[in-house]
Design a binder for this molecule. Sequence first.
Ligand SMILES: O=c1ccn([C@@H]2O[C@H](COP(=O)(O)OP(=O)(O)O[C@H]3O[C@H](CO)[C@@H](O)[C@H](O)[C@H]3O)[C@@H](O)[C@H]2O)c(=O)[nH]1
Length: 438
Amino acid sequence: MGKKAHVLVVPYPAQGHVTPLLKLSHRIADYGVKVTFVNTEFVHAKIMATMPDHNNEEEEEEEQNQVGLVSIPDGLGPNDDRRDALKLLEKKIRCVIADPTLGWILEVAKEMGIEQAAMWPAGTRGLPLFPHIPKLIESGVMDMSGAILRNELINVSKDIRAFSTSELDWNCIDDPIIQKICFECALTIKQTLEHSNWFLCNTIYELDLPVCRLLPNILPVGPLLASDHPRHSSGSFSLQDSTCLRWLNEQPAGSVVYVAFGSTTVFSQHQFHELALGLELAGWPFLWIVRPGLTNRSFAEYPDGFAEKVAGRGKIVEWAPQEKLGQSAIACFMTHCGWNSTMEGVSNGVPFLCWPYFGDQFHNRSSICDVWKVGLRLEHDENKIVSRHEIKKKIENLLSDDDIKANSLKLKKIARNSIEKGGSSCKNFERFVQHLKQ
Ligand SMILES: O=c1ccn([C@@H]2O[C@H](COP(=O)(O)OP(=O)(O)O[C@H]3O[C@H](CO)[C@@H](O)[C@H](O)[C@H]3O)[C@@H](O)[C@H]2O)c(=O)[nH]1
């Protein structure tokens, strides 16, 4: 059976408009089409309060063909008079800011004559590949659907290391359907990069010079840090366990290996064991984030006797306030090289042990190890496993490398300066905001 068609219904937030559109939506849903109906929060609350309770099974079954009611704010203040139906027409959106992967939102904004700003959340090193796609098709390196026909090195600029075709994001995926979706997404990103009014990036001009020069329309405004602003939310999906901050404060300066792999990495149980044994063997204190889903089992199983062997020097939590881990106790950061983690690590001046999992993380590793020289790679063995011995060796190599330590502190200064008044990212950001306020 094919996928259910899905329509989005957006009424004007007034009784006489909501009612017919909702009736129409229910009719459509009765034909097996999925409907998401978007009300303002104000209207949504009113409708929900008048909905009958659905208690019996018969009604639950009917529920499957119900219209999904969701809400968005209407943009008015708490004291605005919502009985004045014209009030909303006075409200104009100045600019739409969206993730480039959702380029269609920006296209709609363009159609409506609204300014569009894309905000790229990932690493920028791979960005120059997107505008290069037509040339790769023309020269027969790939076909129109992104399938690679010939492996070769891709040169986008003399200042940027050549990419191999295996580094193209969509080419790293085995499933041909997902590969196709990812290629379409790459085309959307290309389009957005070339046509949106603004292309903001969570990066720093001084650290990303070749890319910023090659793509002059990108606007570096990073590192975007919430922890510097007490009232800003980091948008964490999980509760952050703050007990590790206290624990860290009790550890000697420069002694703790911080181990965290963001929200998407999944290890096999075998690899998870090997990592635990590597941390045990290395002998350093460690703070390890083991979120639910980090292994491909329903819960992570530690090696026998692990807890006893690392007692007193190993702290494991499900989710930490990572951005706030700027304590001097942290000696290095074992990471999957997600871009947020990369920017946060750079801002805290910590050396990296790089263990990328997919996508931009490989490019980010390259920035960390080859360009900025603030980290080392963890290498897989012939069985595609990062062994406990490799982990111990690389921790030792990294912690005894004074050049890497010095580079990390230099980078921290650059990152922090860039967001101070007069710094490059601060200036870029102010330019953008001033424009919005005109
Ligand atoms: O215990 C933890 C661990 C992580 N984090 C936060 O979670 C975020 C993780 O982001 P990131 O490091 O970018 O990793 P992912 O969640 O894996 O990010 C996805 O999105 C990124 C931005 O597009 C890409 O660079 C990555 O490849 C992709 O996996 C960071 O802000 C961390 O501070 C916590 O708050 N607590």
